[in-house]
Design a protein around this ligand. Structure first.
Ligand SMILES: *Cc1c(COP(=O)(O)O)cnc(C)c1O
Length: 225
């Protein structure tokens, strides 16, 4: 499938989800997750109108960055090893996987200007999921206040892999509630305006529950090209 055709399908689902929840299309940014696919496929996505690309590895990011910087913004979406920070920090617009103080310290040390970060939250409590436990997340954000190079622009989660709509909705709602709690703290470096949630499997529900960034791989660019 062409990316443009996949994108048209996704746009239709976004439109329906916005209509259902009384939201406007402009509130939602699509991140094309290109971690499974070639640079050529990433270029096709950008040619189709995509302006944000997500990668979870340094090498994939650098490869696509070389071809596409200036035409797309880059998002680091996967678990980020501390020692890789210096190699990617000046190439990414957002880091979606801030999940520990040592990572914040490294960002603070390496960044020349403040970096927009998402605190990754393990809402579902599954052991396999990365992220800060829901119950510890507010305290974690508070502990970032002294890092002036770390901006908590929002929260990110990965929902459990299920078709159970009730479980998915519950997960996204909890992240939205947490966002309100963080905003209530009124921390200078944590505006927390964004919610990065929703993937190929569940993005319409995430949009209905308040997502502002959806991260779509398989349904948009496929898995192997
Ligand atoms: C791979 C990945 C995605 C995209 O997953 P799809 O199900 O292919 O849309 C989104 N977010 C993160 C953090 C990922 O690692």
């Amino acid at each position: 499938m062409k990316v443009a055709d996949n994108l048209a399908n996704i746009e239709e689902k976004i439109r329906q989800a916005c209509e259902k929840s009384g939201r406007s299309r402009e509130e939602i940014t699509i991140i094309a997750v290109t971690k499974y696919v070639s640079t050529i496929r990433a270029i096709e996505a950008v040619d189709a109108g995509i302006k944000n690309l997500g990668e979870n590895r340094e090498d994939g990011l650098l490869e696509k960055y070389t071809e596409l910087h200036g035409r797309a913004d880059f998002h680091f979406i996967g678990s980020l090893q501390t020692r890789k920070v210096k190699n990617i920090i000046d190439k990414v617009e957002y880091i979606h996987s801030l999940d520990r103080i040592s990572l914040a310290e490294e960002i603070q040390k390496r960044a020349k200007t403040p970096v927009k970060c998402f605190v990754q939250v393990n809402v579902s409590g599954e052991d396999s999921k990365h992220g800060i436990d829901l119950s510890e997340a507010v305290e974690f954000v508070r502990s970032l206040e002294s890092f002036d190079k770390v901006v908590v622009d929002g929260l990110m989660t990965m929902a459990p892999f299920t078709q159970d709509e009730r479980l998915l909705r519950d997960c996204f709602r909890k992240l939205k509630q947490l966002q309100a709690e963080v905003q209530n703290q009124a921390l200078g470096n944590a505006p927390c305006k964004q919610l990065s949630m929703g993937m190929s499997n569940d993005f319409p529900i995430a949009i209905e529950e308040g997502a502002t960034m959806i991260r779509i791989g398989t349904a948009l660019v496929g898995e192997d090209s």
